[in-house]
Design a binder for this molecule. Structure first.
Ligand code: HEM
Length: 233
């Protein structure tokens, strides 16, 4: 039988390096995913970071970058789980929910997260080619993804029992919930009334009427002027 994570074959050397890889990549993937969700919410709520209000273009770049890195670390996480000889994950049990023998429910949350993450990332890459409504609907699935990935980490993880992981997860969940509440409030708050249109403004505050232009005397042609002079003589 293969040795369990943490069993030492030689002093200073672990029996299951892929398992450590899987755990650390899983935690990093979850942290990057959470950071990307928080960044997206800071962007949409136009919130300040401390006293500083970052540029929206920089915020968007960071949001995308964090999401992309989360995909990379999730792939590393799944490959490392499959490379580990203790739990025996083949491609089917790593990609089909409930096909695994090892904690099928806990792993199914992770598999659902993987598909949601891929859907959100791929639709964002071709965003300009999609109808705006489609992209928005898929992107809203990020909230479900954050939930499923957090439940997966807390139920499947070896470190889930540690107070540090639980404390950080609780803090991040509260932060995401708070920012989501702010976002929902802003979206449902009635918009301030538009300034009245121009004709109404004219009625309320009429501009001072200008005096009528004085007619300028039309110049008399020279020939007629002469004839008038002769007539008067
Ligand atoms: C977005 C996708 C995913 C994220 C963010 C994620 C994140 C995590 C996290 C944070 C842990 C806890 C690590 C620890 O406490 O040691 C974990 C554990 C685990 N994940 Fe995932 N995961 C994802 C997808 C998957 C998928 C698709 C599989 C399928 C094989 C999987 C299999 C596992 C297993 C077997 C563990 C237990 C590792 C341990 O005992 O620590 N995960 N994952």
């Amino acid at each position: 039988m293969a040795l369990r994570a943490g069993t030492r074959i030689m002093p200073g050397m672990s029996a299951s390096l892929p398992w450590y890889f899987a755990r650390s990549a899983g935690i990093i993937a979850w942290a990057l995913l959470s950071a990307s969700v928080v960044w997206g919410l800071l962007l949409s709520t136009k919130a300040k970071i401390g006293t500083h209000k970052p540029r929206p273009a920089w915020m968007l770049d960071m949001h995308r970058y964090l999401g992309g890195l989360a995909v990379v670390f999730t792939v590393v996480h799944v490959l490392a789980v499959m490379a580990d000889k203790y739990v025996h994950f083949d491609p089917i049990s790593a990609l089909v929910p409930f096909a695994a023998n090892w904690h099928p429910f806990a792993v199914a949350w992770g598999i659902a997260s993987l598909y949601l993450l891929l859907a959100v990332e791929l639709t964002s890459l071709v965003r300009t080619k999609l109808p705006k409504g489609w992209w928005r609907k898929v992107h809203f699935a990020t909230f479900v993804l954050f939930g499923t990935a957090t439940v997966h980490g807390l139920s499947a993880g070896t470190d889930a029992r540690s107070w540090l992981f639980q404390g950080v997860a609780t803090g991040v969940v509260l932060l995401v919930a708070g920012l989501t509440g702010k976002r929902v409030l802003e979206a449902t708050r009635p918009k301030p009334a538009r300034p009245p249109r121009r004709p109404a403004a004219v009625l309320l505050d009429p501009a001072p009427t200008l005096p009528a232009p004085t007619p300028t005397p039309t110049p008399v042609p020279a020939a007629r002027r002469e004839s008038r002079v002769h007539a008067s003589v």
